[in-house]
Design a protein around this ligand. Structure first.
Ligand code: ZN
Length: 443
């Protein structure tokens, strides 16, 4: 099973100074910063996915600057991502249209011919057809029942585009493997779309629109699709937000999925920010310790404007919390003292009150409990990745993109090993909990 990382220009500055808390003045982000595979010295994924929508253009505002988008078109995706080295030659590079970026439009802004040309010219190894997201989802519907007029229109657009996309890819003798994207409003409609994509000639399908669905709903879709297509059809899950649940998808025969989840969770999850291998085949999570920049944090700034705090007091508490954490890492401060100093600075954030006025609050107590675990177990000392070796305790401090994304990159490395262990387990004990169904054509 291939773990494809959905890139969104997630690089960090290798020369970032944690003590001074800044990058060198002459830093040029794209050129001087390092992608996960550069900072770790190896790729913590089996491939990368780039969305057309992230690159952007005059129709869809992407994340790239105009000159980055120009360079992307000029040198191609592999060189742009600095994956043009022999040690990265085995990595797949998936492209999709980033259907979330044009979800409001009546139809996708790209034509199948244009997108096929884009994938081929930019050197993608795999390219997804031009889909249009369907939002309604009803797990109880069977066959082609239900579906709003809008859902049915998007369903038709997605299939028409898939047909055109495959035709164009064949006509241009494209070097990438085309993936037909499945959209539907129910497991049955997705199975029908899958069956029609196979009939068009696709042998690799991608499930779109899975982001808002819960794991059991995704499984219903997979089960219906698996029953409708030949066993040899490969399946990819686009934007798999439930990536931590991947072990429970054992048996659905997924060839690949793309996600940003291990990276994003490092700074968007309330509790589970730092990954380590857990018992057996599980992952274990730690809460990172929030020490935001007093003069930049919007919540703290509002409190200063309202007169609840003075800016210089917040800066003093911030310095004390950071200093204590570093001293703790050196063995020069004990856990209770460090935790106390962190909590004193957390109170303005969590309760918007001075610590003395809310020391007994339940949210502060819950935070204290999670921070105590993090400090007591020192997970950053249990990891041998280059990031944890270099950044030490700074990797667990929730503060600014250089620390937060480093923690996310460490998570990618742990997650990749997690997938490898699961694959190894599967190889040893082949699953029969979901009997492979043969489609009518094969029987
Ligand atoms: Zn690490």
């Amino acid at each position: 099973m291939k773990f494809i990382f959905a890139d969104s220009l997630d690089y960090v500055d290798p020369n970032f100074d944690f003590i001074a808390d800044r990058s060198p003045a002459e830093r040029q982000p794209y050129w001087d910063d390092a992608y996960p595979h550069e900072v770790l010295g190896y790729a913590p994924y089996d491939g990368v996915l780039v969305s057309r929508g992230i690159v952007g253009d005059h129709r869809v505002k992407g994340k790239y600057t105009a000159s980055q988008a120009r360079r992307f078109h000029l040198v191609g995706v592999r060189k742009f991502l600095r994956l043009d080295k022999p040690q990265f030659a085995h990595l797949d590079i998936f492209g999709d249209c980033g259907a979330f970026t044009y979800v409001q439009d009546e139809k996708p802004p790209y034509t199948p011919a244009e997108i096929a040309g884009f994938y081929d010219e930019c050197g993608f190894t795999h390219g997804a057809s031009v889909d249009h997201i369907i939002f309604d989802f009803d797990p109880g519907l069977t066959g082609l029942a239900g579906g709003s007029a809008d859902a049915r229109q998007r369903f038709d657009i997605t299939l028409e585009n898939a047909e055109g996309f495959l035709r164009e890819a064949k006509a241009m003798d494209a070097r990438f493997t085309p993936l037909g994207v499945i959209q539907g409003w129910s497991p049955g409609s997705m199975a029908d779309a899958a069956r029609r994509l196979v009939a068009m000639g696709y042998d690799y399908l991608a499930l779109g629109g899975m982001v808002p669905l819960k794991s059991p709903e995704i499984k219903l879709c997979l089960e219906a699709i698996r029953a409708a297509v030949p066993a040899s059809t490969r399946l990819h899950i686009l934007g798999f937000a439930k990536a931590d649940d991947i072990d429970s998808f054992h048996g659905y025969d997924i060839s690949s999925f793309d996600t940003t989840s291990p990276l994003i969770r490092a700074f968007k999850d309330a509790k589970q920010n730092y990954y380590l291998p857990g018992d057996g085949l599980a992952l274990r999570y730690f809460t990172s310790i929030r020490v935001p920049q007093a003069i930049e944090n919007p919540k703290l700034q509002r409190a200063v404007k309202k007169g609840v705090f003075r800016a210089e007091d917040l800066v003093r508490l911030e310095t004390l919390a950071l200093g204590s954490l570093r001293a703790f890492d050196r063995g020069a401060a004990d856990l209770e003292e460090t935790l106390h100093n962190v909590l004193v600075y957390s109170a303005p954030l969590v309760e918007e009150k001075p610590y003395e006025d809310c020391a007994a609050s339940s949210s502060l107590a819950r935070l204290a409990e999670r921070y105590r675990t993090t400090l007591a177990e020192r997970p950053w000392k249990q990891c041998s990745c280059k990031i944890c070796q270099d950044a030490a305790i700074d990797v667990i401090i929730f503060r600014g993109s250089n620390r937060n994304k480093r923690r996310g990159i460490h998570n990618l490395a742990v997650y990749q090993e997690h997938i490898e262990r699961l694959d190894l387990k599967r190889a040893v004990e082949p699953s029969d909990d979901l009997p492979r169904r043969l489609c009518a054509a094969e029987q």
